[in-house]
Design a protein around this ligand. Sequence first.
Ligand SMILES: Cc1cc2nc3c(=O)[nH]c(=O)nc-3n(C[C@H](O)[C@H](O)[C@H](O)COP(=O)(O)OP(=O)(O)OC[C@H]3O[C@@H](n4cnc5c(N)ncnc54)[C@H](O)[C@@H]3O)c2cc1C
Length: 422
Amino acid sequence: MFQFGGVNILNEKIREKITSENLFKIFNRFIIPYLSHNERDFMLGLQKYCLEVVEPKIDPTRDVYYLFPILGEAGYMQRLYPYQDFKPFGMRYELILAMCLSIIDPELDLARVVSGVLAMNPLYSHGKSDREHKALDDLMAGRKIGCICITERERGSDAVNMQTQAIECEDGSGDVYFEGEKVFTTNGPVADYFITYGVTDEKNPRGTMYQVLLERGFKGLETKRLGILSVPRVHIGQTLFKHIRVPKNNIIGFAGEGYTNLFKGLVAERTTIIGSSLGISWLSAITGLIYADLRKQFNKRLLEFQAVSFPIAKMLVDVMAATDLGFQAATEFEKIARYPEKIDMVKYNAGFSSGTKYLASNLAHRISYEMQQLVGGVGYTDNLRIDKALEVSKIQEIIGGSRNIQILLVTQTIKSILKLIE
Ligand SMILES: Cc1cc2nc3c(=O)[nH]c(=O)nc-3n(C[C@H](O)[C@H](O)[C@H](O)COP(=O)(O)OP(=O)(O)OC[C@H]3O[C@@H](n4cnc5c(N)ncnc54)[C@H](O)[C@@H]3O)c2cc1C
C-alpha cells in the first residue's frame, strides 16, 4: 500500500495486514452476492490489474494524470461504453470499476471519472465529426485528459441560467465564438479537451444553449488552478474563454441541443459518482475493520469494545444497503438507455439517481469521518488511507451537484408521482 511520505507509526503486524489485496478480499466477500458471474470475473480481473500494475506505479508525490494511459491500455478509463475489444461494458461494470479504483486510490478515480466518463459521455452520445471521434478515442485510451465546464462564478446550482456567451459567426461558416468564464473545472488546468456550454441568449438558455468541444491550444483558451486543498494530486481550475473561435466541427450540440444533451448526460455522471462514493465508503470501512481487529488497548482488541464494534457493524450494514441501491441505479440506467421514449421512466430515474448519489456520497463522508474517531490517531496520518478517503468524499458530495440539489431533484420527482392521484 502506498503512503504519502510521512513517518510510519503503524504496528508492523497491522501494517502487513492492511494491504490492498486484503481490502479486496474482504470487499469481495461482501460484494460478490450482488454480482453475476460475468461481473464477478470482470471484477477479479480488474483487481488483479490494480494490484499488479496500477498500485506499484502510484507515486503519491505526483499528480494522478500519468496513470491515465496505464488505465487506458487495459480499457479501464471507463467501462460504460464499448472501446476497442474491451468487454464487458455497461453501467454496472462502470460502477465496479469506480469502486475498485477508489479503494486503491480515490484521487485517481476522481480525476478518471471526470475525464473518462463526464467528458467522454457527451462525445460518445452526440459526437459526429472526426475531431469529436478523435477526442473520444484519446480520452478512452487515457492518452489525453478531459474536463467538463458547466459551473460559473455566479451560476453554480442554477447551472441552466449560464452567462457564458456563444456568439454565432456571421460569415456563414457555422462556427461560434465563446466568451466567458467557468470555475471549479476538475482536471481543467491540465486538460486537453473541454466539454463546454454557453448560450446565445441569456434570457432563453434552454432554447439557445450550445455544447462544444474546446481543445488545448485554441486561441483565447486559458486555464488557472484553484486552491483546493483536499485533493492535491488533482487539478481543479478556472477556465477562461477569451473570444475563442470554435470551428463547426467542434460543435457537439447546436443552439438548444446543448441544453438537452447537458441534462441527458447528468444521470450517467451521477451514477458513476455513486460508484466512487461507494468505493470510498468500503475503503474506510474495511481499513478500520482490519485495524480495529488487530489494535490492542487495555489488553483487548479494539473490536472487543462494543463502542467500537457496533458502529463498525452499522457502517457495514449501511454500505451494503447503499451498494445494493447503487447497483439498482446502474441497472435502471441501463434499462432507460433501452427505452428513452418512456418519459415517465426517464424522469423517475433522474430522481432516483439523484437520491442515490446524495445517499452514497454523504455516507462516504460519514463513514470516513466516524472511522477516523474509531481507529484513533493513526487514522489521521497517511499510514492508513482513511483521511485521504475523507477528503475525497467531500468533493464527491459537491461534484455533480451539491447535496441540496440532489434532494431538490428528488422532491421534483415526488411531485410528479403525486400527480397520479390528483
Ligand atoms: C472540488 C469541486 C470540483 C468540481 N468539479 C466541477 C467540474 O468538473 N465541472 C463543473 O462544471 N463544476 C464542478 N464543480 C462545481 C459544483 O458542481 C458546484 O460547486 C455546485 O454545483 C454548487 O454550485 P456553487 O458552488 O456555486 O454553490 P451555490 O449554487 O451557490 O449553492 C450554495 C448552497 O446553496 C444551496 N442551494 C442553491 N440553490 C438551492 C436550491 N434551489 N435549493 C436548495 N439549496 C440550494 C446549495 O446546495 C449549496 O448548499 C465542482 C465543485 C467543486 C467544489
